[in-house]
Design a protein around this ligand. Sequence first.
Ligand SMILES: Cc1ncc(COP(=O)(O)O)c(CN[C@@H](CN)CCC(=O)O)c1O
Length: 427
Amino acid sequence: MNTHKSHELFARAQALMPGGVNSPVRAFKSVGGEPFFVARAEGPYLFDVDGNRYIDYVGSWGPMIVGHNHPAVLDAVLRTARDGLSFGTPNPLEVTMAETISRLVPACEMVRMVNSGTEATLSAIRLARGATGRARIVKFEGCYHGHGDSFLVKAGSGALTFGVPTSPGVPKALADLTLTLSYNDFDGATALFDECGDDIAGLIVEPVVGNANCLPPRDGYLQHLRELCTRHGALLIFDEVMTGFRVALGGAQARYGVTPDLSTFGKVIGGGMPVGAYGGRADLMRQIAPSGPIYQAGTLSGNPVAMAAGLAMLELIQAPGFYADIERRTNALCDGFEDAAQEAGVAITTQRVGGMFGLFFSDEKVDTYAQAVACDTAAFNRFFHAMLERGVYLAPSAFEAGFMSSAHDDETIDATVAAAREAFREA
Ligand SMILES: Cc1ncc(COP(=O)(O)O)c(CN[C@@H](CN)CCC(=O)O)c1O
């Protein structure tokens, strides 16, 4: 595959941008090799600057659930942009966005728009701390909630001890306030809350973990976290930046029937434009400035063009049968991967939840972070490149989820499985 122009661009980029990228995962460090530079995208496809076409299962890391450059989304952006790009004043579209999110996710009695998932999660944590007067938060190993300081923390020597920064620049004093649990471990969560539940401001969790590949919750696990938080007066925060409008119209909270106190969103609600949001119980959200003392702000929050893109996307996914259809496509792909791997004599397992999926090079079911880490990542990396050479772009890391779209028709999925039939032999 000729990637000459991408190679040249990457050399220039590396001289001017850390790692040559504006977000680390794009640099292919996890899988090796160099990233390709995209010139344009359409439906299920990316087209790079050298004219190569890829079937895309990353979808800009989740937003593109109706495929790239959907005419309805593009029209909404162009139509709205003609009236101005940003006003810095209230605009009608942000009211419609808040009404839409609140209607589709009833636990969000009130909503605040921001510009990224990171802004949404760090604002939600500040709200939890401000509303409870407590300082400690709980997160899960393998969950990613954006690059807010309180989240760049891993478990200390034991889950009950202080957190340890995972990045320079995160003060130890702040990391100490983040406790880390193992996802899907019922007893570990109970023990932590028994020990210090009354000091915990909030527990934040990806209800389906999409940043350690794809790990669905064990039966009753989210309910268990809900009960622990309620019992100890801690807020349950569902980080639905990835799962929101991806695993069900009402997000993971609708799919699993568990109501968090706060929810965070991003990706799909921006339709490809920079958008995040957090929302939840009105008695909590009213404590956010200017109605309350907890400060949070943003120059471009509720930007009209971004709202128009997000609203067009949210309109499309409300079509009757949208999620049943996308789940069918995800299952067809994952069933195809499993058949192809079996033919090649390669041990893989898949996880699928709505429009997201995970592919693990393992012969056992994977639903914990420890199991995900134990998988054969070298085999995944070889498979990744073998698929890329055949025009299929999977997430460039063994620890990222894959994303389906309504633009991936049966023919596209069959072509992907055909490529996998060969690529597994190179894994
Ligand atoms: C569950 C969850 N919560 C928060 C975030 C942060 O959102 P952003 O700040 O990147 O918009 C993310 C961001 N996801 C990554 C992909 N795993 C974005 C890709 C990237 O970092 O470039 C997320 O998955």
